[in-house]
Design a protein around this ligand. Structure first.
Ligand code: 13P
Length: 234
């Protein structure tokens, strides 16, 4: 059983979500399906699909115009929230420290944070991939996390680019993440792979050791693209 999570980013509509949920109703799978959608689309109920948000405030409540708290996300019925996505790190200067604060907020409000880590192209070319991944996990995961977390390894240079690392690169990264989590007392935490996952490469990627599922961007927007990813693995 794998975790198949979609990240709609700033795409879609309430109609599109309703169509997706209808399309997923009859899909024959035991995999866990999560859809992380814009805040305005949360509040939808489905037995099949777990809903999630894409970011959360590091603050509990108060005068923070435009921000959405973990409690508010939880109040919609959502169970998950992505934190530290590459695009938040790149366009909103989110550091590991901020990501950890957000993950802590999520946990204390009953949400499972999907904590993203991954290297940029510059970091990869400088030979720093392993260092960035390990520090990303050590510094972004709350020290008192009780295990109710998910990690997503998203090589930042491969997102939306149609590029994927080699199987060996994915295996090495996921082994490092699994070992790091074990050393933090969080062995067994699911680790997803994300970046340019599609129906044609999903099964192969999920056959790599320590890959417990995928976090899918563009190919999660339409049922015709997303369903083949969900059904590509048992
Ligand atoms: P793509 O699947 O579009 O490359 O996006 C991956 C991603 O950023 C998921 O969070």
């Amino acid at each position: 059983m794998k975790i198949i999570a979609g990240n709609w980013k700033m795409n879609g509509s309430r109609d599109a979500l309703s169509n997706m949920i209808t399309a997923l109703r009859d899909v024959d799978t035991e995999n866990t399906i999560i859809l992380c959608v814009p805040y305005t689309m949360l509040g939808v109920e489905s037995d099949r699909v777990h809903m999630g948000a894409q970011d959360v405030s590091a603050h509990d409540h108060g005068a923070f115009t435009g921000e959405i708290s973990a409690n508010m996300i939880s109040d919609t019925g959502a169970k998950y929230v992505i934190v530290g996505h590459s695009e938040r790190r790149a366009y909103h200067n989110e550091t590991n420290d901020i990501v950890r604060q957000k993950a802590t907020m999520a946990l204390s409000n009953g949400l499972t944070p999907i904590i993203c880590v991954g290297e940029t192209m510059d970091e990869k070319q400088a030979g720093k991939t392993m260092e960035i991944i390990e520090s990303g996990v050590r510094e972004s995961v709350p020290t008192d996390a009780t295990g109710n977390i998910i990690i997503a390894y998203e090589p930042r240079w491969a997102i939306g680019a149609g590029l994927t690392p080699t199987d060996t690169e994915i295996a090495t990264a996921h082994k490092l993440i699994a070992d790091t989590l074990t050393s933090m007392g969080l062995g067994g935490t699911p680790v997803l792979y994300g970046a340019s996952v599609k129906g044609s490469n999903a099964a192969q990627i999920m056959s790599i050791p320590n890959v417990d599922g995928v976090l899918v961007g563009g190919a999660s927007l339409k049922p015709d693209d997303f369903i083949p990813i969900i059904t590509s693995v048992k």
